[in-house]
Design a protein around this ligand. Sequence first.
Ligand code: CP
Ligand code: NVA
Length: 323
Amino acid sequence: MRHLLTLADLATAEIERIFSITEDLKTKLARGLREPLLPGRVMALLFEKQSLRTRVSFEAAMVHLGGSSLFLGQDVGFGSRESIADFGRTLSEYVDVIVLRANLHMTAVDLAEHSNCSVINGLTDFGHPCQAMADLYTIRELVGGRLEGRTIAWIGDANNVARSLALGCGKLGIKLVMAVPEKYQYNAKSLAWIRQQVPALNLTITTDAIEAVCDAVAIYTDVWASMGQEAERETRRADFAPYQVNARLMSHAQKGAFFMHCLPARRGEEVTDEVIDGPQSVVVQQAANRMHVQKGILAWLLGTQGAALRESGSRVAGLGIAE
Ligand code: CP
Ligand code: NVA
């Protein structure tokens, strides 16, 4: 059983295959064609946190592919009414794939271990692999294909989105320069885990945002306080203030560098209106690509298109995580 809990679960060739399925489906959709690659398939969306993009883009993706989806909110009692193991064993008897947004990454690992269908991570505290896939696909579109040797700058918190991006960069030969206040950088254990998963990753971590943006093709930021960190918001606002992506910081980037954000954004905090609404911003393209890339992921994972590339046998990756 294949799961997508972190990007460590995908080989480089598999990422490229998903991108090529995505490209094909996106081109066809632009011509009004919706290929029903997954007729009769059912996807459950199990969400412990709020979502606009992940929820709706997955639901729309499944409709386009000829399948259907069930959104499961608080009423199913996930995590409170029965064990995660019993929940997974039961739910996976009804559906073909589960997309989970969980507070704790170990919940996703636990669910995957006990489910008889694929589990896709739709964001945990540890990672957001579908976001990183859409982001890398977006950069691929913007630069016209070749990602190897490019540089991405990450400005702000070393969080879940950054970790997934780091894994993706390592898989695709992209250099990542992160500007993060010292106190918020990955600890040694977390960094060792990333390096173990993607030994080829060219990663620089600095506290200097200007240094980070200089050579980058894309400047990426995210909220300073993620979901679940609301109590730290005021402290983080002060700590991250020098890391705001504003016109002054963008002026140090290469001409033509893109601004990226996974959204939702806290305008006036990690990014100013003039940058997120400016000509360099590609945030809407990123959000739109969530749907296209997730169609690629679903078709690859569940459809006949991906069967030749998928290996058989049991495999639950994402274990052995380190914070
Ligand atoms: N970027 C992202 O995952 O957005 P949502 O929280 O709205 O799903
Ligand atoms: N880092 C953010 C991403 C939201 C899509 C969070 O976890 O809240």
